[in-house]
Design a protein around this ligand. Structure first.
Ligand code: FES
Length: 320
């Protein structure tokens, strides 16, 4: 795992109902590592949880990292820890910025589609595209103006004219017409989507049914849909380099079995969204349960995410 950085909460703001924004600065006052648009950081929270949050400020800013967190009633504790324990002056550790949702800056046009708090990585992209003078549209879908973070921030930004807001409680004519938006996009447009799983699945399905290739459909999930584990069975994993066999019991994740066997597998989100634990598969058939791999990558069956995925064959031979 890469080294962590000690930071301090320099400022905390209410960005919208149940959404707080935090500015993090290096605890020793030094510059933070540079990041690119779409990057996120691991945030080590009080109580031992580690959660990923996208950076929403302009790439190139190294005096602070800006994150925003929705208090999620269904959360596994991460958002509650942020809202309850991170106050101005609180010190904590974060990981180095990583980007699994990078802009393709060679595209002729960019369509940024955000659902709710999924706006954060797309704001950073909008900052970058605006600074580059690129063509783009940013659509932000939320339940209501009161639940829309960064309304003022976007209205006052240099890219305000590129932004359209769509509210569930608003008039029908202001709602996002996905099919029309995709149909109007210039040839070669790249689409970037982040938000709740249902929103993202709808956007990606619309893109695929309109014939957009996967390389122009960029996505970042920030939460996994709850998996049904009631019919999980046991299976085995064989470590290709040693021939050692690691059993996985019905109530155990493949990652937990690998770690218990002493293998050093990098991990972060533990819910199949970040890609950190990606492991090669040389034989056998994974049962993919992640939201990180594309349909083509899943079908190739030569890699899987052991934090959430299992096996549909009796044994997987892992490229370890
Ligand atoms: Fe994030 Fe496995 S740890 S996908």
């Amino acid at each position: 795992m890469s080294a962590t950085i000690r930071v301090r909460v320099a400022e905390r703001r209410a960005e919208a109902l149940d959404i707080c924004g935090l500015d993090l600065v290096a605890a020793d006052g030094s510059a933070l590592p540079a990041f690119t648009a779409g990057a996120h950081i691991d945030v080590h929270l009080p109580g031992g949880l580690v959660r990923q949050y996208s950076l929403y400020n302009a790439p190139g800013e190294t005096q602070r990292y800006r994150i925003a967190v929705l208090r999620d009633a269904a959360s596994r504790g991460g958002s509650a820890a942020v809202h309850e324990h991170l106050q101005p002056g609180t010190e904590l550790s974060i990981g180095q910025p990583r980007n699994l949702f990078a802009l393709d800056e060679s595209a002729p046009h960019h369509l940024l589609l955000a659902g709710g708090i999924g706006i954060t990585p797309l704001l950073s992209m909008a900052e970058r595209l605006s600074a580059m003078g690129e063509c783009f549209e940013l659509h932000h879908c939320t339940r209501s103006p009161g639940r829309t973070p960064f309304l003022q921030h976007m209205a006052a930004s240099p890219f305000a004219r590129h932004v359209q807001h769509h509210h569930d409680d608003g008039a029908p004519e202001q709602k996002l017409d996905l099919a029309d938006t995709l149909a109007r996009a210039p040839a070669g447009t790249h689409l970037y989507v982040c938000g709740p799983t249902g929103f993202m699945d709808a956007v990606l399905a619309a893109g695929r049914s309109a014939g957009w290739p996967e390389e122009r459909l960029h996505r970042e999930y920030f939460a996994a849909a709850p998996a049904d584990s009631s019919s999980d069975g046991s299976f085995e994993m064989e470590i290709a380099s040693t021939g050692r066999v690691v059993p996985v019991s019905a109530g155990q994740s493949a990652l937990a079995a690998l770690l218990a066997a002493g293998l050093d597998i990098p991990m972060s989100c533990e819910q199949g969204v970040c890609g950190t634990c990606l492991t090669g598969v040389k034989a056998g058939t994974p049962e993919h349960r992640d939201q990180y791999l594309t349909p083509e990558e899943r079908a190739a069956n030569n890699q899987f995410l052991p934090c959430c995925s299992r096996a549909s064959s009796a044994r997987l031979v892992l490229d370890l």
